[in-house]
Design a protein. Structure first.
Length: 279
């Protein structure tokens, strides 16, 4: 036996082990054929700071909570009621409110009153322009002073506190740009375009020039006994009458003959001109 064989024999734990039989070989092959599962690397939990988790929860809560429905804000009152003895003084605070708001606020006070407020020329603003009542009742306008061309711009009226009927009242308010007047005063009344202008009997050209100085113009003409419409007439025709139709515009009645005023009409014109500058 060589030196190497003697060294191997010295470290052989079972030098006399029996040879492997058929069963041992089959067991060996079965063990070798069984796949060994791959080792998985351990997954360590990711540590997130508690403060970060809370912040994320708050953000997500805000993001996913349903938005609160906006609360309906009731509009301010359109009417103001002030007791005056046996009457109510009713002042319109919102001249442009829908008629339904007026009716609702009247109904809350026990009144069946329908209020209509429409654009009017400056001299009619704040005045009653029409209406009717189902019973005899003192429903009248109240004078409310404020800064306006006609000296009044608020709408107010007086009704008996014990009024039990129904009523319809129409008032005039200032017109907004683009609106036409639904009620109009005399063209030479206080606040109107031709105030302090003795336009009756003046020529069309003279009246047109007076209007232009005040930023106004003639919208249209009426001519003849049937007041037929005309877009233009000769400048030397004479103006018989005029009425405001919209901010900055008047409708003019004109004729080719000189205008002769009746004594009553002449007296009225003189009264209107009494407080005007001479000149």
């Amino acid at each position: 036996m060589s030196r190497i064989e003697r060294m191997v024999a010295a470290i052989d734990p079972a030098p006399d082990a029996p040879g492997q039989g058929q069963g041992a070989r089959e067991l060996f092959h079965e063990i070798v054929a069984t796949p060994v599962p791959a080792r998985r690397r351990p997954r360590w939990p990711v540590l997130v700071p508690v403060a970060a988790l809370l912040a994320a929860a708050v953000v997500m809560g805000v993001a996913f909570l349903p938005a609160e429905a906006p609360r309906a804000i009731a509009p301010p009152a359109a009417l103001a009621f002030t007791r005056s003895g046996d009457d109510w003084i009713v002042t319109v605070k919102d001249l442009y409110a829908a008629p339904e708001r007026f009716e609702s606020e009247f109904r809350a006070r026990g009144f069946d009153i329908h209020l209509t407020i429409a654009p009017g020329s400056p001299s009619t603003v704040g005045q009653v322009t029409g209406g009717e009542s189902s019973e005899e009742a003192r429903i009248e306008e109240e004078s409310v002073e404020c800064e306006s061309p006609g000296g009044r711009c608020a709408v107010a009226f007086r009704i008996p506190a014990d009024f039990t009927g129904s009523a319809t009242i129409s008032f005039a308010r200032a017109a907004r740009p683009g609106e036409r007047y639904q009620s109009a005063g005399d063209a030479d009344a206080t606040g109107e375009l031709l105030h302090c202008v003795p336009f009756r009997g003046m020529t069309v050209d003279e009246v047109r020039a007076a209007l232009a100085e005040r930023g106004g113009s003639i919208e249209e003409f009426r001519v003849g006994k049937k007041s037929e419409r005309a877009s233009q007439v000769p400048g030397n025709w004479f103006v018989e009458d005029a009425v405001p139709t919209a901010p900055g515009q008047v409708l003019v009645w004109a004729q080719p003959d000189q205008v002769r005023l009746s004594p009553e009409a002449a007296e009225l014109v003189n009264k209107k001109m009494a407080g005007c500058p001479k000149g």
